[in-house]
Design a protein around this ligand. Structure first.
Ligand code: NAG
Ligand code: NAG
Ligand code: NAG
Ligand code: NAG
Ligand code: NAG
Ligand code: NAG
Ligand code: NAG
Ligand code: NAG
Ligand code: NAG
Ligand code: NAG
Ligand code: NAG
Ligand code: NAG
Length: 444
C-alpha cells in the first residue's frame, strides 16, 4: 500500500492505531512523504480515546507538535513516550495560543493531568527547540507568551518517570493545583549555542500543590533548578544535580496580596550544584507593591508563611551566593523595601553543606524587620571561596576571608551561623563580585 492510498483513509483515527484501550501513535509524516505535518490532532485524539482506563503509546518516531496540547482529566491512564516530540518554533503562534497557567501571567505549550496517571519516558524525549526562544528573548525576563514545556495540572496520584526535556522553551516542568505527584529520573538540558542565555528555563517548579516528590534529577539550565512557589507543601526532593542556573529555592513568593503563600514542610536532600549563581535559598517579594513587568505585572505585598525547610547534604562547586534568604528579591536600589515584607519565615535549616563559593561570601540572610526570623540554623556548613582554596587573593575588596551575613535573625547567637557581617538590604538573588567591609558586593 503506498502513501497515496493511506492518505485517502478517513482522517479520523488517521495515525492513532487503536487496540481496545491502547492507542499507539504514529506521526503523520510517515504518510506525507516525510513532510512534517502537525501531529497534535492525532495526539489529542489518542488521549480522547484512551485517556480513561487506557494506555497511550508514542511510537519510536519523530512527532511534530505545532499546536497546543491539552490532555487533562485523564483517569487511570499510562503514557509511554518512545519517540521525540518536537515542538515547533512558530513563535507568533505560541504567543497567541499557549494555555494560561495564571501564575505571573505565564502560559504552557502542554497542559497535562488527571487521576492515577503514569507518564513513562521510555527512550523518548521532549524537544522544545528552545534555541529559537532564547534568541528571540534576548536575555529579557519572562517574555510574554513564551510557554512552559509541560504543566502537570489538577492531578492526583501522578507519576512522571524518566521524562527527558531538551531545549525547553521556558520552564521545563511545572506542577500546579495537584496532589501526590512524583517526578523521578528527570533530565533537563537547556543550553544556548548563541550569545543569548537560557533565561527562565527552570527545571521543576510547583505551585498550589501538596505531597510532591522529586527523586533523581539532572538539570542543566539558566534559571532555578528547582523552585517551590506559593502553597507548595510537603515537597521532598532528593538526589539532584544542578548545573548553571540559579540553584534550589523556595520562591519567589509573596507576589500577590490577595493570595497568601504557605510553604510548609520542605526537604531538599543530596544535591550537587555546579557553576550556579545561587545554591540553597529562600526568596520573597517585598511588602509593598511595585510595577515589575518582567514578572507578570505588579508584585509584592503578599503575606504568608515559610516554615520547616531543610537543605541537607549539599555540595556546591563555584556557586555565586551559596546560601541566601532575601525578602526583597525584586526590589532594586531605588525601591528597596527589604524591611517591609510581612511574609514570615521560620524553622529553616542548612545541614551538611560544603563546597566552594565563587566570591568571598558563603551566605547572606536578610529577614524583614517587620518579620524577623526565628529558628534559622546552620549545622556542619563549610563553604570556602575558590580563591582561598587556591591561596589566591580576592580582587577589589578589603576582605580576604569568607563572609556570613545576618540581619534580623532571632536568636542568632544560638543559630550556628558564624555571622561576621550585617546583610545589606540591596542584594537581589545575584551578586557579581566580592563583598567588602561595607557589606556591599563590588561589580566586575
Ligand atoms: C474506568 O475504570 C473505573 C474503575 O475500574 C470504572 O469505575 C469506570 O467505570 C471506568 N470508566 C470507563 C469509562 O470505562
Ligand atoms: C482543556 O480540556 C478540558 C477537557 O479535558 C477542558 O475542560 C478545558 O476547558 C480545556 N482547557 C483549555 C485551556 O483549553
Ligand atoms: C479536576 O479533576 C477532577 C477529577 O480529578 C475533575 O472532576 C475536575 O473537573 C477537574 N477540574 C478542572 C478545572 O478541570
Ligand atoms: C546539553 O546540551 C548541550 C547542547 O546541545 C550539549 O553540548 C551537552 O552535551 C548536553 N549535556 C548533556 C549532559 O547531555
Ligand atoms: C545573556 O545572559 C547570559 C547569562 O545568563 C550571558 O552569559 C550572556 O553574555 C548574555 N548575553 C548578552 C548578549 O548580553
Ligand atoms: C534513584 O536513583 C537511585 C540510584 O541510581 C536508584 O537506586 C533509585 O531506585 C532511583 N529512584 C527512583 C525512584 O527511580
Ligand atoms: C494558599 O492557601 C491559603 C490557605 O488555604 C489560601 O488562603 C491562599 O489563597 C492560597 N494561596 C495561593 C497562592 O493559592
Ligand atoms: C507538616 O508535617 C507534619 C509532620 O509530618 C504534619 O503533622 C503536618 O500536618 C504537615 N503540615 C502540612 C501543612 O501538611
Ligand atoms: C518538616 O517537614 C518534613 C518533610 O519535609 C517532615 O518530615 C517533618 O516531620 C516536618 N517537621 C515538622 C516539625 O513539622
Ligand atoms: C526548629 O525547627 C524544627 C523543624 O523545622 C523543629 O523541629 C524545632 O522544634 C524548631 N525549634 C524551635 C525552637 O522552634
Ligand atoms: C572546610 O573545607 C575546607 C576546604 O574544603 C577544608 O580545608 C577544611 O578542613 C574544612 N573545615 C572543616 C571544619 O571541615
Ligand atoms: C581569584 O583569583 C584570580 C587569579 O588571581 C583572579 O583573576 C580572580 O578575580 C579572583 N577571584 C575573585 C572572586 O576575586
Amino acid at each position: 500500500m503506498n502513501f497515496w492510498l493511506l492518505a485517502l483513509l478517513p482522517l479520523v483515527n488517521a495515525w492513532v492505531v487503536n487496540y481496545g484501550t491502547t492507542c499507539i501513535l504514529y506521526p503523520e509524516a510517515l504518510v506525507h512523504n516525510g513532510q512534517p505535518v502537525d501531529d497534535s490532532p492525532s495526539i489529542q485524539q489518542a488521549f480522547e480515546m484512551c485517556g480513561t482506563n487506557g494506555t497511550v503509546i508514542f511510537s519510536d518516531n519523530l512527532f511534530h507538535v505545532n499546536t497546543v496540547l491539552n490532555t487533562t482529566n485523564l483517569l487511570n491512564c499510562d503514557v509511554h513516550l518512545r519517540g521525540e516530540l518536537r515542538f515547533s518554533t512558530n513563535i507568533p503562534y505560541w504567543r497567541t495560543h499557549a494555555i494560561s497557567v495564571v501564575l505571573q501571567d505565564q502560559v504552557t505549550a502542554w497542559l497535562f493531568g488527571g487521576e492515577n496517571v503514569n507518564f513513562y519516558g521510555e527512550g523518548g524525549f521532549y524537544n522544545g527547540q528552545g534555541q529559537a526562544w532564547y534568541d528571540a528573548n534576548k536575555n529579557q525576563s519572562n517574555q510574554p507568551g513564551r510557554p512552559m514545556s509541560i504543566t502537570f495540572y489538577n492531578s492526583t496520584n501522578l507519576l512522571v518517570d524518566r521524562l527527558r526535556i531538551i531545549q525547553p522553551q521556558l520552564w521545563a516542568t511545572f506542577v500546579w493545583d495537584s496532589k501526590n505527584v512524583s517526578v523521578t529520573n528527570l533530565f533537563v538540558n537547556a543550553t544556548s549555542n548563541s550569545k543569548w542565555g537560557t533565561m527562565n528555563t527552570d527545571g521543576y517548579d510547583s505551585w498550589k500543590s501538596d505531597q510532591l516528590l522529586v527523586e533523581n534529577a539532572t538539570i542543566i539550565n539558566g534559571d532555578d533548578c528547582i523552585a517551590a512557589k506559593g502553597n507548595t507543601t510537603n515537597l521532598y526532593v532528593k538526589n539532584v544535580y544542578c548545573e548553571g542556573g540559579t540553584g534550589i529555592t523556595i520562591g519567589s513568593i509573596g507576589q500577590y496580596p490577595e493570595t497568601p503563600d504557605y510553604n510548609l514542610n520542605t526537604t531538599f536532600e543530596n544535591v550537587k550544584i555546579v557553576n550556579s549563581m545561587d545554591g540553597a535559598y529562600v526568596k520573597t517579594w517585598q511588602g509593598t507593591r511595585i510595577y515589575t513587568p518582567s514578572n507578570g505585572d505588579w508584585g509584592g505585598g503578599g503575606k504568608g508563611l515559610v516554615k520547616n525547610v531543610t537543605f541537607r547534604n549539599f555540595e556546591m562547586v563555584n556557586v555565586g551566593l551559596p546560601i541566601q534568604m532575601s525578602q526583597c528579591v525584586y526590589s532594586d536600589d531605588s525601591n528597596k523595601g527589604c524591611n517591609t515584607s510581612k511574609l514570615q519565615i521560620e524553622d529553616v535549616h542548612w545541614e551538611n553543606i560544603h563546597g566552594t563559593s565563587r566570591f568571598n561570601i558563603a551566605s547572606s540572610i536578610y529577614c524583614s524587620a517587620e518579620r524577623p526570623c526565628p529558628n534559622i540554623t546552620f549545622s556542619n556548613v563549610n563553604i570556602t571561596g575558590i580563591n582561598t582554596t587556591h591561596h589566591l587573593p580576592y580582587y577589589d575588596t578589603d576582605i580576604q576571608h569568607e563572609i556570613f551575613q545576618c540581619t534580623n535573625i532571632i536568636g542568632v547567637n544560638n543559630s550556628g551561623i558564624p555571622c561576621n557581617q550585617a546583610a545589606p538590604s540591596n542584594f537581589s538573588q545575584w551578586i557579581y563580585g566580592n563583598v567588602d567591609s561595607s557589606g556591599l558586593a563590588t561589580l566586575n
